[in-house]
Design a protein around this ligand. Structure first.
Ligand SMILES: N[C@@H](CCC(=O)N[C@@H](CS)C(=O)NCC(=O)O)C(=O)O
Length: 205
């Protein structure tokens, strides 16, 4: 049985939960991180030197970095959730990389800023939010006429991006409508696996 170490409130843990639920894998999750204050022990650091969550354990295989965990699971248990060819895989992986490189800095700024009063936010906050919106607009443009991010089926690109992009759309920030991104995020949020992963309560029909 797979073991996932990480609190369910973490967006990066939610990506992995979304994947595990989507493929119907047997797993157990243990609470690690933030309020549990158990990621700086020598024991945890031996598994994950970053002291972050998630950490994923499959027997002797220990993995940190959530996107790497998704790639591993696709390789060992769900090849249908990534591209069949190297070229197809570039479509999957570019959005996973884009999430980390382009979305994540603004996402973190918005996440931290959302917990602060306007006067407590850093001087860079407005520029970081502007950049986040610009990056989201790139995804919105890409999703015009598309159901999924990378291929014509669900892939680990959708699974990696959905928990974080859903939060980006939910932030109370100044942004225009992003109709394609909003449509995609709503479709992801309707998936039972996403709801199980994020603890979301399904909307009544
Ligand atoms: N790039 C890493 C980022 C991991 C990360 O920053 N995790 C956050 C939660 S989303 C964390 O561990 N925060 C500190 C904590 O929960 O103790 C990944 O994708 O796994």
């Amino acid at each position: 049985m797979y073991k996932l170490l990480g609190r369910q409130t973490s967006g990066n843990v939610q990506k992995v939960l979304f994947m595990l639920e989507e493929i119907g894998a047997a797993y157990e999750r243990e609470d690690y991180g933030r309020q549990f204050e158990n990621t700086t022990t020598a024991e945890y650091k031996a598994l994950n030197p970053t002291s972050k969550v998630p950490t994923f354990v499959d027997g002797d295989v220990v993995i940190w970095e959530s996107n790497t965990i998704l790639r591993y699971l696709a390789a060992v248990a769900a090849p249908e959730l990534t591209g069949a060819t190297p070229a197809e895989r570039t479509h999957v992986e570019r959005w996973m990389d884009f999430l980390l490189a382009a979305i994540n800095p603004g996402y973190l700024a918005a996440f931290k800023g959302s917990k602060l009063a306007p006067e407590e936010r850093s001087p860079e906050y407005d520029a970081q939010i502007k950049d986040l919106v610009a990056q989201c607009a790139i995804i919105d443009g890409h999703l015009a006429g598309k159901v999924f991010l990378a291929l014509d089926k669900l892939t680990i690109a959708d699974i990696a991006c959905a928990p974080i992009l859903k939060r980006c759309l939910d932030f109370k920030i100044d942004r225009p409508a992003l109709p394609n991104l909003e449509r995609w995020a709503s479709a992801m949020a309707m998936r039972p696996a996403f709801q199980a992963a994020t603890g979301a309560v399904p909307k009544a029909a």
